[in-house]
Ligand binder design. Sequence first.
Ligand SMILES: NC(=O)C1=CN([C@@H]2O[C@H](COP(=O)(O)OP(=O)(O)OC[C@H]3O[C@@H](n4cnc5c(N)ncnc54)[C@H](O)[C@@H]3O)[C@@H](O)[C@H]2O)C=CC1
Ligand SMILES: CC(C)CC(=O)C(=O)O
Ligand SMILES: [Mg+2]
Length: 361
Amino acid sequence: MHADIVVLPGDGIGPEVTAAAVDVLQAVATRYGHRFSLHTHLIGGSAIDATGKPLPDDTLAAARDADAVLLGAVGGPKWSDPNATVRPEQGLLAIRKALGLYANLRPVRPHAAAIGASPIKSHLLAGVDLLVVRELTGGIYFGDKTRDADGASDLCRYSIAEIERVVRRACLLARGRRGHVTSVDKANVLETSRLWRDVASRIQREEFPDVTLEHQLVDSMAMHLLSKPRAYDVIVTENMFGDILTDEASMLAGSLGLLPSASLGEGSVGMYEPIHGSAPDIAGQGIANPYGTILSAALLLRYSLGLSQEAACIEAAVDSALDAGVFTADLASEGSAVSTREATAAVLARIESCETEVLGD
Ligand SMILES: NC(=O)C1=CN([C@@H]2O[C@H](COP(=O)(O)OP(=O)(O)OC[C@H]3O[C@@H](n4cnc5c(N)ncnc54)[C@H](O)[C@@H]3O)[C@@H](O)[C@H]2O)C=CC1
Ligand SMILES: CC(C)CC(=O)C(=O)O
Ligand SMILES: [Mg+2]
């Protein structure tokens, strides 16, 4: 098949990890006889430097026309002055909103070979396989922001329709898994959470009687996620809670650099990005973990292009590289770390030996 993929490297380690994922996509294209046309555009701080805007018009236009978008990360100290009016992160929020990508899927499946990198006891990690469905285009990140001489305010608003669609998506995903959804809120304090809880209960009751739903307050969830991670299947929650809980959940896998994500709306166009940020502390050193972005490319193939065999090839290649102990510095014990390029090369070598129906015919 032919697909147009927009690549948004962004800032910090963004260009390093997207370069890795692009190489992997091209290797998959060669292996399976596809043609992926990759179009690179600006977003975030690099876009502010070049154009004054964190999301230039041509970037958004290209993303709208594409079959899928692959993004690295945005932000960094250069653009982080608290008084700045234009910020890299605005570009990321804007593209998610403009493309209608309301459901951010963040799978967490600790890999046996990397369990030593997790601060959590290994007996708690065996069999952990959870999927966080984070609402991505509403809530406090998008509410009106004001600042005056006395203070500041961020509005958190959710409409019923916004909650319905993301809970519905979570329940549908749960149907294809173990059939259990945990909805996370702060209904003991927040009105938006009380609405969230009501709507989630109704959607499950009326549309998904075959799926079980439990509610959990976000503060105790933050604790249970580490103390009994095996108890969870699909976790659905609002934008900010999902952002925070998934960085926490990355410690189950051992590194923030391992976790991929898929941001989906109603159509097939999606945006795919690792869950981490631009990691300014390690940017430019060639040591970033590329696996989260490479695994995001696998999700791109599965969800936007319908290429499940090719997605599985990438996932198996990353699994095999981890099995072989090909660890970047975030995972490795001292002295044994490989570079971003070496980790990528290990994945590329394994893609060459993926089974393909085409070659097997
Ligand atoms: N999606 C995005 O573009 C996001 C952007 N950001 C932005 O990134 C900047 C830095 O934010 P931080 O809070 O430091 O979060 P961060 O996720 O960039 O980094 C947190 C820690 O994890 C490490 N890390 C992250 N990704 C890694 C990888 N692939 N390999 C190895 N280590 C990795 C970093 O070195 C750092 O020590 C900020 O400007 C923030 O706004 C933060 C989160 C998401
Ligand atoms: C940088 C923010 C806009 C978002 C974030 O932290 C994330 O999506 O993980
Ligand atoms: Mg985040």
